[in-house]
Design a protein around this ligand. Structure first.
Ligand code: FES
Ligand code: MG
Length: 589
């Protein structure tokens, strides 16, 4: 590709080529020469492109971005730009205590500071593991310089004894099998490890693949980027194309605010339902929207997405894993179906420089075994249901994972009503300590409730709501009970839990007032969850409620807790949402 002459002064020239201030220019330039860059390059007027590197030995899901970055750099160079790679605070979903969720907003803050404070004209966001995608997109939204997502891609499909084993999803199943003594510890470990086949992130439609898919659906990556498995040659080719494209985006001054509009977020919500996306997507997408200055509420997931059918046959809602999803056509195939069905806004701009409809014009060869036609879905009305009631303002439930057996056992009422008694746990430690206690009286009419697991309570909000019943009940054939909590659950879980309850117990949400034995009614038809005790009693309990004493283990935990909002509004650092569009990409300053 030929180097395009810039039609305006680039932002980076305020650092590297400012004749009005030779003193500062020399200071800015000299140190970037010390690893071999030349003055000619830095003062050429070529766009300086950051590569926000999320991979490291501590972040194995994203680690291959260290190698992919070389292809990104080649793409940037070929298109006439200059790449500068820099690290992002690691966020490893499976490695970070107490929760990786705590680090989403920390990585966000760090990236905002880098994008704002260094001479960058555009940025390639390397995404993969769950929170890396929202953290990067939130920062790109706040700063609003040209930005493009490069997903790392899922691991190859996992196999064990002739069957597919999906990341995370197999853990939930293996734990049940271990509890039921169907397998021993050795086989348990082998079964779980079989899902980690290669470089890449989780290969189920968990939070990682869901959020990378929604980054594509909202228009922030090149078409087809999300699903390519990490080791495939197309992944390296996509890295090159992404690097080349960001240079053009800088010349076009195509910024996140041009792409991530209200319509684009609605497209993402509709796509989320069709792929059977993770329950972590609503808070992450709401957080990105808020940092973009776009109004998006939890209720939008109900009104825009709840009635959209499930089209993608991927675990945990379906059968397949990342390889089949990619070969089946990936996100372009899904969005093509949705566009043809009139469910998407085709006129939105995307990172490719074309509208969504233009991107999808050539999509063909959809594998109908994996990606269903809109008219013949795997499930009707497969989006998230947004619930409310006298215990909370909002919570979400993933309809696409409610299987027939669960439905027959717990929601057999033609009205979709379930009534049961609460058994309340004060957090995951309490749950693990007491779940096998026969005195709890857990039976098939129990709702397992967990609290103090929200953003303030845990802190960060823990993925713990998909609690399994006691082993005795599992052995008796009751493999799942209705569950509810102010934490989250892993996107790889197939549990239809009532999640992300906002406000959380730790800040005085209604869940704090619940007691074991309280009758609870879950009415899916009216989307209401209520504790069936008199108002008067609830008022009395509230008068006696004392906020928990929060024990901060690190300075960040204390800062985070003092500023974080609830999951229903994205779990953002509230003061940060006031900073919008903080960098001017055009003109002198
Ligand atoms: Fe990193 Fe699933 S744990 S993608
Ligand atoms: Mg997770």
């Amino acid at each position: 590709m030929a180097h395009e002459e810039p039609k305006f002064r680039l932002r980076s020239q305020r650092w590297f080529d400012n004749p009005a201030d030779p003193g500062m220019t020399a200071l800015y330039v000299e140190r970037y020469l010390n690893f071999g860059l030349t003055r000619g390059e830095l003062q050429s007027g070529k766009p300086i492109i950051g590569i926000a590197q999320t991979g490291s030995d501590l972040a194995p899901c994203n680690r291959h971005h260290l190698a992919l970055a070389e292809r990104v750099k080649a793409g940037i160079r070929d298109a006439g730009g200059i790449p500068l790679e820099f690290p992002v605070h690691p966020i490893q979903e499976t490695g970070k205590r107490p929760t990786a969720a705590l680090d989403r907003n920390l990585a966000y803050l760090g990236l905002v500071e880098v994008l704002h404070g260094y001479p960058l004209d555009g940025v390639v966001l390397t995404t993969g593991c769950d929170k890396t995608t929202p953290a990067c997109l939130m920062a790109a939204a706040t700063v609003n310089i040209p930005a493009i997502v490069l997903s790392g891609g899922p691991m190859l499909d996992g196999h064990h004894k002739g069957r597919l084993t999906g990341s995370g999803t197999i853990i939930w199943e293996a734990r049940r099998m271990l509890a039921a003594e169907e397998i021993d510890y050795e086989e348990f470990m082998q079964l779980v490890a079989s899902s980690a086949t290669s470089i890449g992130h989780c290969n189920t439609m968990g939070t990682a693949l869901s959020m990378n898919s929604l980054a594509e659906a909202v228009g922030m990556s090149l078409p087809g980027c999300a699903a390519i498995p990490a080791p495939f040659r197309e992944r390296g080719q996509m890295a090159h194309a992404t690097g080349a494209r960001i240079v053009a985006m800088v010349h076009e001054n195509l910024r996140p605010s041009d792409i991530m509009t209200r319509k684009a977020f609605e497209n993402a919500i509709v796509t989320a339902s069709a792929i059977g996306a993770s329950t972590n997507c609503p808070p992450h997408m709401i957080a990105i929207a808020r940092h973009m200055g776009v109004e998006l509420a939890i209720e939008d997931w109900q009104t825009v997405g709840a009635d959209v059918p499930l089209l993608v046959d991927c675990q945990p809602a379906g059968r397949f894993l990342g390889e089949a999803f990619h070969r089946g056509g990936g996100i372009p195939a899904v969005m093509r179906e949705l566009l043809d069905a009139g469910r998407l806004h085709g006129d939105v701009m995307t990172a490719s420089g074309k509208t969504l409809a233009e991107n999808l014009a050539g999509v063909a060869d959809i594998d109908r075994n994996v990606i269903r036609p809109y008219a013949e879905p795997l499930k009707e009305h497969a989006g998230f249901v947004v619930l409310s009631g006298n215990l909370f303002d909002n919570a979400v439930m993933k309809i696409s994972v409610i299987d027939k057996e669960f439905h027959a056992r717990f929601l057999s009422d033609p009205e979709g009503v379930f009534e049961g008694k609460a058994v309340v746990f004060e957090g995951p430690e309490d749950y693990h300590a007491r779940i096998e206690d026969p005195d709890l009286g857990v039976d098939e009419r129990t709702v397992l409730v967990i609290r103090n697991c929200g953003p303030v309570g845990y802190p960060g909000s823990a993925e713990v709501v998909n609690m399994q019943p006691p082993a005795a009940l599992i052995k008796a054939g009751i493999e799942a009970l209705p569950t509810m909590g102010d934490g989250r659950q892993s996107g790889t879980s197939a549990s239809p839990s009532i999640l992300n309850v906002s406000p959380e117990a730790a800040v005085g949400g209604g869940l704090a007032l619940l007691q074991s034995g309280d009758p609870i009614r879950i009415d899916l038809r009216t989307r209401k969850v209520d504790v069936l005790i008199p108002e008067e009693e609830l008022r009395t309990r509230r008068q006696h409620w004392k906020p928990p004493v929060l024990e901060h283990k690190t300075p960040w935990e204390e800062i985070y807790r003092s500023m974080v909002g609830q999951l229903g509004t994205g779990g953002c650092l509230e003061p940060a949402t006031l900073y919008l569009n903080i960098v001017e990409t055009r003109g002198e300053s």
